[in-house]
Design a protein around this ligand. Structure first.
Ligand SMILES: [Mn+2]
Length: 297
């Protein structure tokens, strides 16, 4: 993709809702506050709108207007659909204002709200990059309904301009529902499992992801923190061993950010966290996304 380079600005939008955490541990409603607090560790190093990146060896633009906190959306704790709608509207408002939303969940039902917000704010097609240990392709079951933390990808693929050929998931592992395999074979997104990522590494994974999203007009990147191994991110909604490392997570976000028009981090769970280390990782992912995504690719 060859576009002219423009400097972008980002909106931090909290969605402190975990009412759709129908499996695993609730507690992600506490994440936005913890992630905001952890961001101070990065932003305090700004001097005259610049920050020194040890990764690049140079200064990068990171003034107070790079990542602006827009507060929390109007969560309605007893009403999942109202919460999804309010969250999608907040994301859409950010996109319509010409900015890039960074959504802080909340449980992974907000994957759908984030995609829908970008989708509703634009006319073109929307690609989805989805990092997760889990598929989130559940159509419906009695226990979880149709819009839980397990259905975000399935519902996103039903949006008019979200197409499976521009959709890719990374970090999937272990076991899942046989009905999800049937859906993947029929109409599913591309996948890089955690096992395959181990074999191909960061650069090949980035190439494959960018190949997949090229051709779509906009890209939403949803990052369920459980894609990261619980050794690095214990504060999650479930523990799925064998995940990617925090270094992998940071490098993948850095590489993909310039291509993305929205970002969401979900399932960070302060109630299961150890010394806030998972909230801290999530804050780093958001900050890297903004600093390295400031110049649109
Ligand atoms: Mn997950």
């Amino acid at each position: 993709m060859t576009h002219s380079t423009t400097t972008r600005q980002f909106d931090l939008i909290g969605a402190p809702f975990d009412g759709a955490a129908t499996l695993g541990w609730p507690g992600s409603r506490y994440a936005p506050a913890k992630i905001r607090e952890a961001l101070g560790w990065m932003t305090m190093r700004n001097e005259d709108g610049k920050i020194y990146s040890l990764d690049t060896g140079g200064l990068m633009a990171a003034g107070p207007d790079l990542l602006v906190d827009r507060g929390d959306v109007d969560v309605v704790p007893h009403d999942l659909m109202a919460t999804l709608e309010n969250t999608a509207n907040a994301v859409a408002d950010s996109v319509r204002a010409g900015r890039v939303p960074v959504l802080l969940g909340g449980d992974d039902c907000l994957l759908y709200a984030g995609v829908k917000g970008l989708h509703d704010a634009v006319d073109g097609s929307v690609a989805v990059i989805h990092f997760d240990a889990h598929l989130d392709l559940m159509d419906h079951n009695v226990r979880q309904g149709s819009y839980s933390q397990s259905s975000g990808m399935r519902r996103s693929l039903e949006l008019e301009r979200v197409h499976p050929e521009h959709t890719i998931q990374l970090g999937l592992r272990h076991f899942n529902f046989p009905t999800s395999l049937a859906f993947i074979n029929e109409a599913g997104p591309a996948q890089i499992t955690a096992l395959e990522f181990d074999r191909i590494g960061i650069e090949a994974a980035v190439d494959r992801i960018l190949d997949r999203v090229t051709g779509a007009d906009y890209v939403y990147f949803s990052f369920d923190i459980d894609v990261v191994d619980p050794a690095y991110a214990p504060g999650a909604g479930a523990h799925e061993p064998g995940g990617i490392t925090s270094r992998h997570a940071i490098e993948l976000v850095k590489a993909l950010a310039p291509q993305c028009d929205g970002f969401g981090v979900t399932e960070v769970n302060p109630l299961k966290d150890l010394h806030d280390m998972t909230s801290n990782l999530a804050a780093y992912l958001c900050y890297y996304f903004a600093v390295f995504g400031a110049e649109k690719a």
